[in-house]
Design a protein around this ligand. Structure first.
Ligand SMILES: [Zn+2]
Length: 201
């Protein structure tokens, strides 16, 4: 029988399910929570429950939101002629924080990867197309990462949108290795937006 209490083992096991947390880190965190700072650990637990209960996806762009429509989609001052499609909600936060972009967004929640079962439906591509047509969108910037899967996603979406006369563009080169938006700095991101180019000429 393990000398570690069962509830603590459970906590360690649960923490290892989080991204970037290995068994050593999970063990250290769990011990810290129960021995050093149990009040803040309880507050953390409540915050996790609250965020999980209250954060949902915007019905228009699928960004994280606490209401049916997110603060960007409901903001009438945003430019409704341009949509930036990103892989992850965190990419949207990076663009909002670091760039001057003032258009709308569409969060794909992944990249095109048929082998992993991620395709047109999972990336909500039909919703993107419908929205682009509904709002008479002039351009869709496809800001997926500069990886094989990210590029394949951009090409697939651009071909589909081109059939409906919708112009697509890709951010300029110069993004960090792997093209992860969340690691870009302000200057790089601004240049990437201003230097964006058509995917299908
Ligand atoms: Zn939205």
């Amino acid at each position: 029988m393990s000398a570690i209490p069962r509830s603590l083992l459970q906590l360690i096991n649960d923490l290892t399910q989080l991204p970037s947390i290995g068994e050593k880190s999970a063990t250290r965190l769990a011990y810290h929570m129960v021995t050093q700072n149990s009040d803040s650990a309880k507050t953390l637990a409540q915050s996790i429950i609250k965020a999980c209960n209250e954060v949902t996806l915007c019905s228009d762009c699928f960004a994280l939101s606490e209401s049916k429509q997110c603060s960007i989609c409901s903001n009438t001052a945003r430019d409704r002629k341009i949509i930036c499609a990103v892989e992850k909600p965190i990419d949207l936060f990076a663009i909002e924080k670091l760039s001057e972009y003032k258009g709308l967004y569409h969060v794909l929640h992944g990249v095109w990867s048929p082998l992993k079962g991620i395709g047109r439906a999972e990336l909500r591509i039909d919703q993107l197309l419908k929205r682009a047509l509904d709002i008479n969108c002039c351009e869709i910037i496809i800001a997926t990462s500069v990886t094989v899967d990210g590029d394949a996603t951009a090409l697939y979406i651009s071909k589909l949108l081109a059939e409906h006369g919708i112009k697509t563009s890709r951010l300029a080169q110069g993004m960090p290795k792997g093209g992860e938006l969340e690691y870009a700095d302000e200057l790089t991101l601004s240049r990437a937006f201003s230097g964006r180019r058509p995917i299908i000429a």
